[in-house]
Design a protein. Sequence first.
Length: 227
Amino acid sequence: MRPNRSSRRVSRRGLPPRAVATAVAALLVLAAIPVLISLQSGSSQAEEGHNSAAVNSQDSGSGTGNVGPVTDVDEDFLVKVRQAGLWEIPAGRLAQTNASSEAVKRAGLHLIDGHSKLDQLVREDAKILGVKIPNEATEEQQGWVKQLEQAHGEEFDRLFANLLRSSHGKIFATIGEVRAATQNDLIRRHSRQANQTVLDHLEVLEDTGLVEPETFEEVEEAVTPSE
Ligand SMILES: [Fe+2]
């Protein structure tokens, strides 16, 4: 479309002073928008930071902060949780290749999932509390993994269900002892998470229908205090 005369005239003469003032004002407003947005965002970040500090401070008083002494029993508990993950995750993976039972494979998936999350938590909590945790499972646990590596089919299913049900039964009792006596809030939170994970593993292992009476008897003997 061909521009009309009046618009050409305006461009030759320049904008009238009032139009220039309006344009400048508009530009100033546009320039101020990012600054305003930035200020607003900074203020909400500051508010957010304040809120999380408040949450942390509330946590300290409500059972999830790092308050209270850490005993040798508490430290040993973190070590055990770490070591559980170090052999149960490989065991869970072996179930996917060596098991014949679908229930055993399912239990293996629960072990991988549960201990991946718990391992993350135990590494964080150990760091906060200054507790040194190992990077290797115990020799006994490594021996169980070797046994599982060599077993296939129904033999694997039976071995997996019983070895893992036995170790879970024992650590379940340890969690109860730690939770009952610890004075540290972070250890309390950790024992709650570990308790949920171990309980889930006990259940999926029992769901295989392969746990033998001797395994329960062995656990009973191990967790019953000697007189
Ligand atoms: Fe487990």
